[in-house]
Design a binder for this molecule. Sequence first.
Ligand SMILES: [Zn+2]
Ligand SMILES: [Zn+2]
Length: 345
Amino acid sequence: MKAVVVHGVADLRIDEVPEPAHCPPGSVIVEVDYGGICGSDLHYVSHGSAGTSVLRHPLVLGHELSGRIARIADDVLDLRVGQPVTIHPGTGCGECRYCQGQLAHLCVRMRYFGSAAHDPHTDGGFVRRKVVPASQIRPLPPWVDLRSAAVVEPLSVALHAVRRAGELAGKTVLVNGTGPIGALVVAIARRLGAAQVYAVDIASAPLAIAKALGAHETIDASTVSELPEAEIAFEASGSPAGLSNVVRWLPRRATLVQVGNLPVGAVSVDLSALVSKEISYLGSFRFDREITDAIDFLATGLDVTPLITHVFEVAKAEEAFAVARDRAGGAGKVLLDFTSEPGHL
Ligand SMILES: [Zn+2]
Ligand SMILES: [Zn+2]
């Protein structure tokens, strides 16, 4: 079967890999239908690293997945073959103080699909059939379409960022950077009753997606010098210049959640106003139990389809990655489609 594997910088390949030979105790085999291309997947291909995770061996990419259960180990009793599912791509060690304290997403030994954080790396799910521990399976209601279900992972990341900010109902919210995560923060902010949601970006295509996901107003920061006042802001661009601009225009006592990955190393950012304006500046990383609520959002009508701008057969993975990189050119979430690969269901 085909697997989408990064071998090094600018070296993305579609490799033939063996089918899973058996289904170990406690596991299922998922037949993957769709996989979303994430910023981290793109980083591994462009730079050979994502944040502080550096590629040392070939790595199967992919952690935004949907599909159906194809096989079940005898000791897994609460799942059934054919069931539509998404996958929680992370597993904590279960023992560290973060895992013990219900903060498994901060586990120092976290294993994440498609991640080079540890050596050996943890292969991802850009492959037709994947052995997955049953504990990482999240069943889907049958009416959630599997393309939208591939967005559950970034939706969970966005929801975690929103939870970091506290109550959004009735609040004025600004989202800087409307790539997939920022655009999903916009959708959730609307869903949770924010009074006014401003979406800010420096390109028109991502702003159009944010508008379709519910932004009241879109602002092209490359053409205006000022941002509106917002009680709660989300910085989803990861751009030092974008962050400086948001801090500059936030009102006093605002809350600012950093969900976009900032560059590793020393960067120039003007944070002087954090002090004088008493801004609460919070980081947000991954997610844990929010995945259940993210699935609930989809199941109860949250429409993420405006975000899904492209779907490519897995054989065209290279083209899909090139398109996904071109956000200004209109790429929102780009999905790989495995359904044309031979299936057992
Ligand atoms: Zn992702
Ligand atoms: Zn742990």
